[in-house]
Structures are given as C-alpha cells and as structure tokens.
Design a protein around this ligand. Structure first.
Ligand code: F6P
Length: 308
C-alpha cells in the first residue's frame, strides 16, 4: 500500500495537486484526521510493507454517510476528490460515496486477491512470495526428515486465492480452500500411495478459511499414517518489502487513479484484466464475488488429466 500511496502523491505533485493522507483510513475520513503528503513525505516508503497511514480494519464506513455529512467531510479536509485503497469493505464504501455524488476512485489493495472486476489486487504477489519462501525453508528441512507430511496454513480470509496460487507455484500435493469441500479420503489415499512407494515428503496447503489447519492434524495423521506437522504463516504474509510486481502494479494503479480524477471522471476502480491496466465502474466489484480459480485448484489436487 505504501508504494501506491507514494505513486498517488508523486503523480498528484506533478500535476500541482495537493495530497493529504487520511489517518486510519475511513476513521480519518470521518474525523478529518489527515496529514499533508508531498514528495518528500513519501520518499523511500515504497519499499516498506504495510501502510504509513494505518487502516480502519473493523468496518470501513460503519454507517452510510448522507450527502450533507460527506460535504462537511470533503470541505473540512479541503479535498475535492478521494482515492480509496482497500479490499471489499473499502470499495463498497467508495461506491456509497460515489452514489452520494462525490468524486472517488478505488484501488484494490488486499493480499486476498478477492475483488471482483480485477485479476489483481495489490499485496497478493508479495503474500504469495512469502508463502513460497517459507515453503522452500520447510522443504529444505523436509528433505532431512524422511516420510513426513507438512501442512502450510495461509491467510486469505474466507477465500482460497493465496492458497491455490501458492500451492500451484510450489508444486504442493494438495490444497484445501473454503470454496470447495475437500475429498480428504481421496487426497490422503493418493498421497499415502505416493509416499508408500518412496516419495520422501508431502506438502498440503490449507487456506485459513478451510481450517484451522491444526484441527486437521488428527484426521490427516490417521488417514496418512505419517507424522503431520503444521506451519501457520499468519500475519507475516501481510508484511515485508513488496515484490517487483506489487510495486509495478501499485504505481500503475496509483497513477491511473490520479489521471482518472483529473480527467473529470469518477466512480471507478482501477483494475487489471487480461494483462491490461484499466478502470471498471464501482458497480462491478460491489455486485458479486470474484470467480474462484477452479482450474488451478483441480491441477494442484490432481483432479484433471493435466494434473496427473
Ligand atoms: O483481508 C486480509 C487479511 O489478511 C486476511 O487474509 C486475514 O484473514 C485478515 O486480513 C487478517 O486480519 P485480522 O487479524 O484483522 O483478521
């Protein structure tokens, strides 16, 4: 998110536009709690994880703001347009602001990659790369510990996008996600058969929404007849210096948000679709859930011929 804040501020500065950052997201918006952000203020933040502004984690906009209240907020902050960075809750709030007639553009930022209308949300690549790095460390160790099964629990809220993408990238033996009911006897039967003929270890990725992974240990141990160990990656996936891809997307989305607003347009979300950066109306991300990547899920779980 910091990389995106920096891109917005620098892009605005080039157009002689003043930028302020709202502290703790929508909390700062409704309470007019803001800091001036110029190029100096954002210098060097792009490489830092998290956000210098903080977020309002529990409820983006708790109550729908009426036009008079929004006018008061825009006027007291001295702003004429708003860029909202966040996931589903924040984007829904952006849509409410748009519906009330105030200029706003949203940028999808969540490690979960669960926003409809865009193939990508900022943070996802860094989170997946964290999972991959940790999986590498675990499998280094697995090579010396013959015959074990390693369960890696990812974040992802009530979606399995991080788990599926990471499981595919590391060549995991199975992935469990909240979107799909797993066939544990089938999965364990396959893994057990492979290990019985010499496969040294196995890795199963579990999305937090399909877990808790720790609760699966007993069943997996029984079905696999192997020692099963769990690593829960937790909030480390939300931190760390962002990857090249996240910084590139943060810059592209941040610059597009400023361009959109300065062109007089509003009510859109920056998006990446089929490799192209563009904008979609806010009605798109707020009207339904993002499609689940069933093809990759099936590949990881060897449920298609290609996965054999
Ligand atoms: O939505 C992003 C996310 O990182 C989810 O993947 C995760 O469930 C959640 O936030 C963790 O945050 P909290 O501890 O506030 O639930």
């Amino acid at each position: 998110m910091n990389a995106c804040i920096a891109a917005i501020v620098c892009s605005a500065a080039k157009k002689d536009i003043r930028a302020v950052g709202l502290l703790k997201g929508f909390e700062g918006f409704v309470n007019s709690s803001a800091v001036e952000l110029d190029e100096k203020a954002v210098s060097g933040i792009a490489g830092r994880g998290g956000t210098i502004l903080g977020t309002s984690r529990n409820g983006a906009l708790k109550t729908r703001l009426e036009s008079t209240e929004l006018r008061r907020v825009y006027e007291s902050l001295g702003i004429d347009s708003l860029v909202v960075l966040g996931g589903g809750g924040s984007i829904t709030a952006a849509k409410q602001i748009e519906d009330a007639g105030f200029p706003v553009v949203a940028i999808p930022c969540t490690i979960d990659n669960d926003v409809a209308g865009t193939d990508y949300t900022i943070g996802f690549d860094s989170a997946c790369n964290h999972v991959i790095r940790m999986a590498n460390d675990i499998t280094d160790s697995a090579e010396a510990l013959d015959g074990r099964v390693f369960v890696i629990e990812t974040l992802g809220g009530d979606t399995g996008h991080i788990a599926v993408a990471s499981a595919y990238a590391i060549g995991a033996d199975a992935v469990l996600v909240p979107e799909m009911e797993p066939d544990l006897p089938q999965i364990c039967g396959r893994i057990k058969a492979e290990m019985d003929v010499g496969k040294p270890y196995s890795v199963i990725v579990v999305a937090e929404g399909a877990g808790p992974a720790q609760g699966l240990v007993e069943r997996l141990t029984e079905m696999l007849g192997r020692r099963v160990r769990v690593t829960s990656l937790g909030h480390a996936q939300r931190g760390g210096s962002p990857t090249y891809w996240d910084r590139k997307m943060a810059r592209a989305f941040g610059e597009m948000a400023v361009d959109t607003l300065t062109s007089g347009a509003s009510g859109t979300m920056t998006a990446m679709r089929d490799g192209e950066v563009n904008s979609v109306p806010l009605s798109v991300p707020t009207s339904g859930a993002k499609a689940f990547d069933l093809a990759t899920y099936n590949l990881v779980n060897r449920l298609t011929d290609e996965g054999e």
